[in-house]
Design a protein around this ligand. Sequence first.
Ligand code: UT7
Length: 322
Amino acid sequence: MIRRAILLGTGSALPARAVSNAELAQTVDTSDEWIVERTGIRNRYIAGDGETTASLAADAAQAALDAAGVAAQDIDLIILATATPDQTFPASATRVQAALGIDDCVAFDVAAVCSGFLYAMTVADSMICSGAARRALVIGAETFSRILDWEDRTTCVLFGDGAGAVVLGAEESADGARGILASKLHADGRHNGLLYVDGGPSTTQTVGKLRMKGQEVFRHAVVNLASVLNEVMATAGLSNSDIDWLVPHQANARILDATARKLKLSPDRVVVTVDRHANTSAASVPLALDCAVRDGRIKPGDLIVLEAMGGGFTWGACVLRV
Ligand code: UT7
């Protein structure tokens, strides 16, 4: 028998306040034309008072539990990917645990910025396949609006807040046909200085603001994403033509187009939500996944590939049969 982590349900949550490019242009020296042309972004959601990474994560997790038909008490593992936790500690995952009313489980955060959800999925998959967990909540949640420098138009127009979650469950079958088939992660810390936050508890004792050399990140993103996707498909013994849906990290529509071109994937096989949500870092992949499941694009039996790249650099991909 083959034990795999299978997808039982998805969910997402967004702050109440949507902010269009036009609204942003009232306070930032930018324009709807520039943002749409360079990034494909038209809208983002910005967390208000009382909306935090953990509260958005808990709402997304509850939606995923409802979709999966799984009771919160049946969860034995919560992994929350975030670079914007509610507090330095405790882990925001434990705040989600408390909000969901789960008495006892394993709960921790993973920090791999925009690739965080891929890192969290890979850890959850390993724990499920090893028998260390049976039912896992894997969440990506961020409130990047709180670490943006609103005076820096080269970054502040690019990001938004939100959360996405999946419920994974252990399944044993003779053929292991569905579930997570392969995943692959990478990091290259030589590029720390291209995308980072200029503060932290151990250095400045401040939270800090996001800094990015956008063009250099862009260049690395297309190369790394195409290469890790080829790598994960080869590990799974599949080819790119087997992919029903690519669910990529939503940083920039031009990165999505360039990556799809490099991989010879039709653009209509790529889930795009960057226009609606902007870049929500670790939340972007599970948010996009939940949208495509709920609007009926992703159906049982589909082969989907998740991929992301972000600060560190970190990057990764995961192939699963729904
Ligand atoms: O999630 C982690 C991964 N992150 C990413 O993947 C982000 C990757 N990078 C990008 O998406 C793009 O590089 C950006 C969207 C950040 C920038 O696009 P670009 O086409 O590389 O623009 P640029 O940085 O070359 O800037 C072009 C011009 C500059 O003006 P000059 O020097 O040509 O006169 C900028 O000052 O656009 C100007 N500019 C803006 N203008 C209006 C930069 N930001 C803005 C803005 N509004 N918000």
